[in-house]
Design a protein around this ligand. Structure first.
Ligand SMILES: [Fe+2]
Ligand SMILES: [Fe+2]
Length: 305
């Protein structure tokens, strides 16, 4: 087997194969959700405002996302793990293992990235603490509703991931030293986007729970994230930076902008018979597995496969 072929074997998980016996214990890689233990180097040369050509509002938006990921992903993992013992389907069991492995590694790397932000006087502890309060509130609801909240947040994270992987404006105006971690995270969000939903359905999740979860998450977690972003902006003395704020807000909120693009994915969630796989991202995932881990890929050297 030549080098390219060997590399392709390593980077292309045996995605959603249907040839294995359902009784055989499957690995998370065999169901297309491998945990890739990558330690990203500190972005030594990145500009302080790494996004959208030195734009503070956009950079602080990403910093606030990075701040809320570790507690958010811990919530996701706990809400799924709680039902792990009830899953009998071998494929879903393996997918859950992959989901937990991937999310745990995302949290670890965002913790490390947050140390970088804090060293640059962008205190990601603020959005993190606010989101912890929001998640504590969600934690008071019944476990299956908490899992529905995770389904909703995983759906919006998958929407965010598509933006990371397809938004050329974001990709071409942000510091390359910073981008690889976000690309890796985005790819894995798409790989595991159906897992929480499949677990929730397998334990009897009902449509009304998803609608309720949407309202709960928007009124707690989204408010906490937005507040955290606003506080970071205020602390950085950026609130009156009209010109740059207008540029950043246009990038995010223009038609099909970075955030409005995600809003468009909310409607299908409310439709009867919704499943995350209806938004087919498999080709995008294939492209990015190759771009990241293929021969000469962005982070080929960081991941042995
Ligand atoms: Fe994640
Ligand atoms: Fe996720």
């Amino acid at each position: 087997m030549n080098t390219v072929a060997r590399k392709r074997r390593n980077t292309q998980p045996e995605k959603r194969t249907r040839t294995a016996s359902p009784r055989k214990k499957l690995s998370s890689a065999q169901v297309g959700i491998p945990a890739r233990p990558i330690t990203f180097p500190k972005p030594q040369n990145a500009d302080r405002y790494f996004a959208l050509n030195n734009n503070p509002a956009t950079t602080l938006m990403f910093a606030s996302f990075s701040g809320i990921f570790p507690p958010g992903e811990q919530f996701f993992v706990e809400s799924v793990r709680r039902y792990r013992h009830q899953i009998s389907d071998e494929r879903l069991k393996a997918a859950v293992s992959g989901f937990i492995g991937q999310e745990s590694l995302h949290s670890r790397e965002h913790d490390r990235l947050n140390d970088h932000f804090k060293a640059q006087d962008m205190d990601t502890d603020l959005p993190e603490q606010l989101v912890k309060i929001a998640l504590t509130t969600l934690g008071k609801f019944p476990p299956r509703l908490q899992l529905a909240c995770t389904c909703f947040m995983e759906h919006t994270t998958a929407g965010l991931a598509e933006q990371w992987l397809t938004n050329r404006e974001f990709q071409t105006t942000s510091d390359p030293d910073m981008l690889n971690l976000w690309y890796w995270h985005a790819l894995e969000e798409l790989e595991h986007k159906s897992v929480a939903f499949d677990v929730w359905r397998s334990v009897g999740g009902r449509d009304y729970e998803l609608k309720l979860a949407m309202m709960l998450v928007i009124s707690t977690v989204w408010v906490a994230w937005l507040t955290g972003w606003g506080v970071l902006m205020a602390r950085d003395k950026q609130l009156l930076n009209w010109r740059e704020n207008a540029r950043g807000l246009w990038f995010m909120f223009k038609p099909r902008g970075f955030l409005t693009g995600i809003a468009a994915t909310l409607w299908p969630l409310l439709q009867k018979g919704f499943h995350p796989s209806q938004q087919d991202t498999s080709e995008l995932e294939n492209q990015w597995r190759e771009k990241l881990f293929g021969s000469g890929g962005h982070i080929e050297d960081l991941y042995a496969g």
